[in-house]
Design a protein around this ligand. Structure first.
Ligand SMILES: [Zn+2]
Length: 298
């Protein structure tokens, strides 16, 4: 049984954590940001658990909306399972915080809370394909880069905890690809989607937000939208647009897509919280300039 906890980050349905109940105790997937830690504790309490009952915490990657409260769980005794390239940033988060501060500036604390480190002996590095048995369940780690170099999805039976590589989909809205800098890589993201497809999971759990059982259609729509967004940015770069112009137009373009799908202004706002348009502009601009500069010369 996998429970979805809503961390209520500025709105409902923006960031989730997941609790897998096993005969050997609960396992937590994704901690959310430190700023929402008290809400995570409330969610655990509502299921009948204290934070100290959680011995195992798996994070898909170390972005602050997914693993920002990992150190808080470690303080209460949990082991944090993380990608080899993510582990150094849990043990010494100063670089990660410096780079997030460059992006978020003064909003840093309000959005993400406080910085803390996970003691090295409580970090368990996980490799692609590695299987962890907890109680009656096997948790298989799948390296799934594209959104970030250091990203895992976790397969539990026929359910997949997809992190950000399986996209953002809120309620009845469409699936969108979160494309923040600095590690977006379209080709490897497409390979990760193909890898997930071959596993044929019946259910996807999305950090942003919840779950979907329409897996094949979801993955195809994600793939199409990723290519569409990448091409949109490519055309604007070729036309010599400034970042400011691109951000304005891209925000309007994404909001129009969501409104056309029948979403209310509140729902459009939930998407903007979970997957800010300006951030995807920056991520995709960086992708083109770094990996295919010859294709975007204006
Ligand atoms: Zn995220």
């Amino acid at each position: 049984m996998i429970h979805i906890l809503d961390l209520h980050d500025r709105a409902p349905r923006v960031i989730a954590s997941f609790v897998l109940e096993t005969k050997a105790g609960p396992v937590l997937f994704e901690t959310g940001p430190e700023s929402r830690f008290s809400v995570l504790l409330d969610g655990l309490n509502a299921l009948g658990y204290a934070a100290s009952d959680i011995r195992h915490v798996f994070v898909t990657h170390i972005h602050l909306d997914h693993a920002g409260a990992a150190w808080r769980m470690a303080e209460r005794g949990a082991t944090i399972y993380v990608h080899p390239r993510g582990a150094p940033h849990l043990i010494d988060p100063s670089k990660l915080w410096a780079s997030a501060t460059r992006i978020y500036g003064e909003q840093m604390e309000a959005l993400w809370g406080r910085m803390g480190y996970v003691p090295e002996e409580q970090v368990e590095i996980i490799e692609d394909g590695e299987v962890f048995r907890v109680g009656e369940f096997e948790i298989k780690a799948l390296e799934t880069p594209g959104h970030a170099y250091h990203h895992h999805a976790f397969l539990i039976g026929d359910a997949l905890i997809g992190g950000d590589v399986t996209g953002v989909k809120i309620g009845r809205g469409p699936v969108l690809p979160p494309c923040p800098p600095p590690e977006i890589h379209i080709e490897t993201w497409l390979q990760s989607i193909a890898k997930i497809r071959t596993l044929n999971p019946r259910k996807l759990y999305l950090t942003h937000f919840g779950q979907t059982e329409d897996v094949a259609a979801h993955l195809s729509a994600l793939e199409a939208k990723l290519l569409e967004w990448a091409d949109w940015i490519k055309q604007k770069l070729k036309a010599g647009q400034t970042r400011e112009q691109m951000v304005l137009e891209f925000e309007a373009y994404v909001a129009a897509t969501l409104r056309a799908a029948g979403l209310s202004e509140e729902e459009v706002q939930e998407y903007e919280f979970a997957d800010p348009s300006w951030m995807s502009v920056d991520g995709l601009v960086r992708y083109w300039n770094k990996h295919h500069p010859e294709e975007v010369m204006s």
